[in-house]
Ligand binder design. Structure first.
Ligand code: AMP
Length: 240
């Protein structure tokens, strides 16, 4: 009887440790998206109710990930998205983390989705306020647009070598990254998202332990402008 009791207790402890581990993570992807590319695609976009976003990268999310490439999601349904706890961050989120989904809205839906799916999986490191604050601080630290401009890569609806874009960013931040593309209305591959890797604290940039499996880019990609239709004519790009 005593033996069964000991085995049972050990089993419960083992399962508890496994559960704890399952909800932990190894590093973050900090995903930023090029706002104009979110709109220059077949997927309809709507500007947020507070106005058209800047021609800049916007935050998509801060995503806990495992070294093997998989990731935990929707880890704690009891920790809800409580906007009163991040009220001091909302104006910065409107600017730096703009919603582009339809119908036009104030961003709460997007931020709440990111918190529930990803944020609740890094509760071992960051509470809701630290989570959103960490993402905003990373956006300030990693100024992708400035880094690209410094290397002569301008968002002008033109086409650039993907490797040149990657190299410019990796030189700018000193670490390896991942890049994802989408397809514009004319069928061109365009720069869409950039993944920077961050350690578990949510503040130190690291080399990406594994590059995310994303929608692959062509060798030459467009760097779109808002409201542009780009026509490729004999290798030259024009913006309408
Ligand atoms: P995730 O679930 O974090 O991988 O993000 C994918 C979800 O985020 C999809 O439902 C997208 O429609 C949504 N999404 C991506 N970018 C935006 C954006 N800028 N505004 C609103 N929703 C977005």
């Amino acid at each position: 009887m005593r033996f069964i009791y000991v085995v049972l207790i050990n089993l419960i402890i083992f399962q508890f440790i496994t559960l704890l581990h399952a909800q932990d993570f190894d590093f973050f992807y900090f995903a930023q998206q090029w706002n104009p590319a979110s709109c220059d695609s077949k997927i309809k976009c709507c500007y947020p109710t507070n106005g058209k976003p800047a021609e800049d990268f916007g935050i998509h999310g801060l995503w806990p990930n495992y070294f093997n490439g998989s990731f935990p999601k929707s880890c704690n349904k009891n920790v809800r998205y409580d906007e009163t706890q991040i009220s001091d961050l909302i104006s910065s989120m409107q600017k730096n983390w703009p919603t582009l989904s339809c119908p036009s809205n104030n961003g709460t839906r997007f931020w709440s989705h990111e918190w529930k799916k990803h944020g609740t999986c890094s509760l071992s490191m960051l509470d809701i306020h630290s989570y959103f604050q960490a993402a905003l601080a990373l956006k300030e630290k990693v100024n992708l647009l400035q880094i690209l401009k410094n290397e002569g890569i301008q968002p002008n609806g033109g086409f650039y070598n993907l490797e040149a874009i990657k190299k410019a960013i990796e030189k700018g931040i000193g670490h390896t990254i991942g890049v994802e593309c989408n397809i514009d209305l004319n069928g061109n591959s365009q720069l869409y998202e950039v993944y920077v890797c961050v350690d578990k604290s949510g503040s130190n940039i690291i080399d990406c332990p594994i590059i995310p499996e994303t929608k692959i880019c062509n060798e030459i990609v467009e760097f779109a402008v808002f409201g542009s239709r780009n026509i490729l004519d004999e290798g030259h790009a024009y913006s309408l």
